[in-house]
Design a protein around this ligand. Structure first.
Ligand SMILES: [Fe+2]
Length: 296
């Protein structure tokens, strides 16, 4: 099974129509009935949303806005030290609010004039074909809930901090946005699930956990690293390997731990030439050949 499925809390619609997010017992919000009720309500908003309509407003508490403000402030300092220039410039242009959680509608309103991207609300896991496919149309599926306020620097699932601070700041860059769209077009071309998974793993090791050499220093551009208070301090010490499509498409990863193997682009041009060109040109046969090489 593709491991991203373990990443999200399952969302169930009960016989009476109510929506329930099934948090694991280890989730920091498991015992907080008020938080769980809000999670259910936010998941129901996404399930009831029709693409093209305005995104329904999620209710957040003052404590939750405070989590956003705290994490935004701390990450901004780390971004100066560890993020690639393209991300820093894009974040400045996007101008996300620092003191409160923005609504996804607002994120799309800020993003669209820059790169044409808009957000779509997701209750939890979105099927791979759907999640990646709509990137080609400039649409990004995003969760809307925020992590539990008891542990502001930790989340077991991708929350609005990851989706917006990590991805929207990246999607505000025309160069990164073009790569996301290319990944979406590639995903749409794939006929087999195996090839689709390969495309998504290349995305994982680049747009989620990619690192890049810039002015001699290793910096991050992956949204997973750039939205993680802990991981951003650790990535330089990981097992850093050169960009390699066959390796990225087949390397096992464990989403519950820091990524131990990371792939380094020598420059932005190198990322575009290697990964962008791959997504622009790959088909099921290309990927079957890469899979054969890596298992040879
Ligand atoms: Fe992500």
């Amino acid at each position: 099974m593709f491991e991203e499925a373990q990443y999200f809390a399952p969302v169930a619609t009960k016989d009476d129509g109510s929506v329930v997010v099934e948090l694991a017992t280890s989730h920091p919000g498991f015992a907080d009935a008020v938080y769980r009720q809000r999670r259910n309500a936010i998941a129901a908003l996404a399930l009831g949303h029709t693409p093209g309509d305005p995104i329904p407003m999620a209710e957040y508490t003052d404590e939750e806005h405070h989590v956003w403000a705290l994490v935004t402030k701390e990450l901004a300092v780390k971004h100066q030290k560890y993020a690639v220039r393209e991300f820093l410039d894009a974040a400045k242009r996007l101008g996300l609010p620092e003191d409160r959680i923005p609504q996804l509608q607002e994120v799309g309103d800020l993003l669209e004039p820059l790169t044409g991207f808009r957000y779509l609300p997701a209750a939890g896991l979105v099927p791979l074909r759907e999640f990646y496919g709509v990137l080609a149309d400039g649409l990004f599926h995003s969760t809307q809930y925020i992590r539990h306020h008891s542990v502001p620097f930790y989340t077991p699932e991708p929350d609005v901090i990851h989706e917006v601070i990590g991805h929207a700041n990246t999607l505000a860059s025309p160069r990164f946005a073009a790569l996301y769209r290319a990944a979406g077009r590639a995903a749409r071309r794939m006929e087999t699930d195996e090839a689709l998974e390969f495309v998504s793993k290349v995305f994982w090791f680049t747009m989620e956990f990619g690192v890049m050499r810039e002015d001699g220093e290793l910096r991050a551009y992956g949204a997973g690293i750039l939205s993680s208070y802990g991981e951003i301090e650790e990535f330089r010490g990981m097992d850093i390997r050169p960009l390699d499509l066959a390796a990225m498409g087949t390397t096992h990863y464990d989403i519950t731990k820091y990524q131990e193997v990371l792939f380094e682009a020598a420059s932005f041009d190198h990322l575009e030439d290697t990964v962008g060109t791959f997504w622009d040109t790959c088909d099921d046969d290309t990927i079957a050949r890469l899979l054969a090489t890596s298992s040879a």
